[in-house]
Ligand binder design. Sequence first.
Ligand code: 5RP
Length: 234
Amino acid sequence: MSNLIEQAKKTAAYTAVDENFPAHAKVVGIGSGSTVVYVAERIGQLANKAEFVCIPTGFQSKNLIIDNGLNLGTIEQYPELDIAFDGADEVDTLLNLIKGGGACLFQEKLVAVASKKFIAVADFRKKSPQYLGTNWTQGVPIEVVPCAWVKVSADLKRMGAETVTLREGGKAKAGPVVTDNNNFLLDAHFGEIKNVSALHSEIKALVGVVETGLFVNMTDKVYYGNEDGSFECV
Ligand code: 5RP
C-alpha cells in the first residue's frame, strides 16, 4: 500500500472524527477495514474516552476497540447509537455504498441503521464518478446462509448477474470465507448499478439471503482523503 493511500485513509478518518464526534456521545459504532483503524486510533486519543462505550461490527473491530483502550459494548446492550464511523468499498454520487469487502457487512449494516448519524471514511479510490459498480470490480457482496449458496447463486444469475462467486480463502485459506455470523459470502457482478434501492430489494427478497452489501440512503456524510493530502466531505 503506497504511503499516499495510507495517508489519505488517515486524513479522512481523523477529520471525520474531529468534525463529527459528539461532545457528549454515549454510544459509538466502530466499523471494519483498514481506514477505520485510524478512526479507532483518533477516538482512542480523546480525553473523555472513559465516558462512552464503543460497539464493534465484527472481530477486527472488537480488537480495535480494545487495543485503543476504549470501552467495549455490544449491540444487544446498546441498540441505539449516537454515531457510527465505517469504511466503504465504493460510494456513489447519492452516498449509497458498497460494503463487505472485508466480509463484515451484516454487523456493519446493523450498527449503521441503529445509529443516529452514520459517517463513511474512505480514500480517493472509493469515489465513483456516478454509479456503484464502476470502481469496485469485485461485485456486490451478499451474505447467505451456507446451505443456500448454490440456490441463491442461481437466482442471482437469473436476475442478471454476469458472474457470481463464492468468496474463498478465509481464515483457513482453503474453502469458503465464513463470516462472523457463520454464513458464506457471494460476490455478484451487476455492472454499473443505476437503481441501487431496487437491486438491494430484489436480492434481499431471495430466500437464503441474510443481507446485501448495498447501503442505500443510510450515509449522512462521506469523508474522502485525497492524494494531495487534502480531504473532501460530501
Ligand atoms: C468490510 C468493509 C470495509 O469497511 C470496506 O471493505 C472498506 O475497507 P478499507 O477501509 O480497508 O478500504 O465493508 O466489510
